[in-house]
Design a protein around this ligand. Sequence first.
Ligand code: APR
Length: 311
Amino acid sequence: MSKVTVVGAGKYGSTTVQRIAEWDIVDEVVMTDIVEGLPQGLALDMNQSRPILGYRTIVTGTNDYADTADSDVVVITAGLPRKPGMSRMDLLGVNAKIVKAVTEEIVKYSPNAVIIVVTNPLDQMTTLCADVSGFPKGRVLGQAGMLDSARFAHFISEASGADILDVTAVTLGSHGETMVPVPSMCTIGDTPISEVLDAATIDELVERTRNGGAEIVAFLKTGSAYYAPSAAAASMVKAVIDDQGAEMPVCAWMEGQYGISDVYLGVIARLGVNGVEEVLEVDLTDAERAGLEEAAVAVAEKVADLQQIEL
Ligand code: APR
């Protein structure tokens, strides 16, 4: 009996639930929110799509954490999304309170769960969740790298005309200004992107990736992106449930890898039933390595901002 809970039945949460359910990889997905009726209505609607799409996973909508008990994986999407002109930092105060309260409930009902945090500002919220939970650090991770890498891959495909499924793109570091794209690991088929695109074009794509979330927020006016974000979060859930050692970029706790410790950072990790099974140290150029170190310092500074907040 495998069970996943998604906290927050907004755009990001509900599309994450939908993807996991439609993949038919767990018995039950529980969706919870503070808004009464919202998760129940969405769950009923999703369950009625099962005979059409042909899957068995049952979705339970609830406002009661007791229904989330003994979840294997919990995804935290609860929080306010970024509004136009609002930085991730503006969100810190509001979302920290929400993530703390949600984490306390998760720990109470699912003491053995792997927690995947997606609420922004991501690096701080993942750190806060880990601290509040008291879980081993590998059992708390954040979603950022999968999304940023996917955005980068899309832009590379668009600029080069390459089939999206032939493009491999990697970003590490932080979800935000100090995101570290890794062009040395980006390929089209077996060909490095540097042999297909000129340096100025790659720089432009890197910049567009770094602002990938804001570009969509500016179009939508209200709310932020959720299709690619939910695909990223759902794929992390699948990696944990499958327990096949899938390797992907995630926000993971550093314990000396790349010479960096005691901070959550976007790196490539092997995922499994225990969450982050191993942080992988991949070959980086000197510039990419320096970028990663810079990102670690920036995240540590931002995490220190959490001390200023009354939780
Ligand atoms: N417990 C449960 N749910 C909560 C709580 C709480 N304490 N506080 C807020 N929520 C719910 C809201 O009721 C809402 O349904 O979280 C949901 C957020 O949904 P949206 O406003 O649609 O936001 P969404 O686009 O889903 O983004 C959620 O992900 O990408 C990040 O920056 C984004 O932090 C934001 C989060």
